[in-house]
Design a protein around this ligand. Structure first.
Ligand code: ZN
Length: 327
């Protein structure tokens, strides 16, 4: 989650909906957002030129990583302990680790899904506050994650989307591994999350999150690793492939969910480059984070708490992975 407030990052106009007085107020700024949206349409079409097109449209975000505070490794406030349980939106697929399909387009491919945070982290603050080395510096082992104002936690959201993705990707023949499956008391720490993907020799890793920014900040963004070479961290070999993965994920996520790219991070591209996240810094395989929406915005929260929407989110991310792996 982040605390990128209006003081630092004036909200940009959402692609839609535009309603009421805002329509007039932001009309002059819409073309900028539209450029990003059109870029995603290109990516979603899986044409041969999407990399160049996207790089061009998103390059302005790459230099901003150091000042952006959207930190899933950063301090996050508890969800209030009122995690909603009765939404009746359990994933259609079983959470069990079923055997991969015998065949399918992703046969032989390994996908690691990293459900951000852990519902147990709220009860294990001393453990998750331990510092771990992420190459560039030391950071908290893990964080609690954010929640909606009604107490639906990010940890519950991420695990739900991850399980839906597993069902989809296994149907495609992929071998799917999780960093945690609601089967441990807390964590794992961010360094271990990275190590799980590395040891699996994953062809792609996606870390699932939802942001905790200010009301009015809306939309999704995909976080890409920037070049880091310090201590145990060396992302240089995965920067390009991770961007490719991230562009595919963002494009398909946009197409399937209909959500707009973030109006507060990434200049309308839905992409952000960061060098401060241990889960990315320590990865040796293509990896991205996705912030699916802003839990602290009521409009985004209405989507994030909907099982039907989470299914779309899972479908979009999964399609992006499939598209990347077929590249
Ligand atoms: Zn998070």
């Amino acid at each position: 989650m982040s605390y990128v407030g209006p003081d630092f990052e004036p909200p940009r106009p959402p692609r839609r909906p535009l309603r009421g007085p805002l329509t007039v107020a932001v009309a002059a700024l819409v073309p900028g957002a539209l450029v990003g949206w059109l870029a995603w349409q290109t990516v979603g079409d899986s044409g041969g030129d999407e990399s160049a097109a996207q790089t061009s449209s998103s390059s302005s975000s790459s230099g901003r990583s150091a000042t952006l505070g959207s930190s899933d490794d950063g301090k996050e406030q508890p969800g209030g302990g009122t995690d909603r349980t009765g939404d009746g939106d359990e994933p259609g697929g079983s959470p069990s680790a079923s055997a991969p399909a015998a065949s399918g387009p992703l046969k032989g491919k390994v996908v690691v899904i990293d459900p951000g945070h852990n519902s147990g982290n709220f009860q294990h603050t001393s453990e998750i506050n331990q510092k771990v080395n992420i190459g560039t510096n030391w950071k908290e082992c893990d964080t609690t994650g954010t929640s909606t104002n009604d107490g639906y936690t990010e940890a519950k959201f991420t695990l739900d989307v991850a399980r839906r993705m597993r069902a989809i990707l296994e149907e495609e023949g992929a071998t799917v591994k999780f960093t945690q499956d609601g089967d441990r008391a807390w964590g794992p720490c961010v360094d271990e999350r990275a190590e799980i993907g590395n040891k699996a020799k994953a062809d792609a890793v996606v870390s699932i999150h939802a942001d905790g920014s200010g009301a009015g900040n809306r939309g999704f963004h995909v976080i890409l690793p920037g070049p880091v070479h310090s201590g145990a961290a060396d992302t240089r070999p995965i920067v390009a492939s991770s961007r490719d993965l991230g562009e595919h994920v963002a494009g398909r996520f946009l197409r399937v969910t209909g959500s707009a790219p973030s109006n507060y991070i990434g200049d309308g591209t839905g992409l952000d480059v960061r060098t401060d996240l241990g889960g990315l810094n320590l990865s040796t395989v293509p990896k991205v984070f996705i912030e699916c929406g802003n839990m602290r915005d009521s409009t985004d929260a209405a989507q994030l708490t909907s099982g039907a929407w989470r299914q779309k989110a899972a479908q979009g991310i999964s399609e992006g992975i499939v598209s990347f792996l077929h590249g």
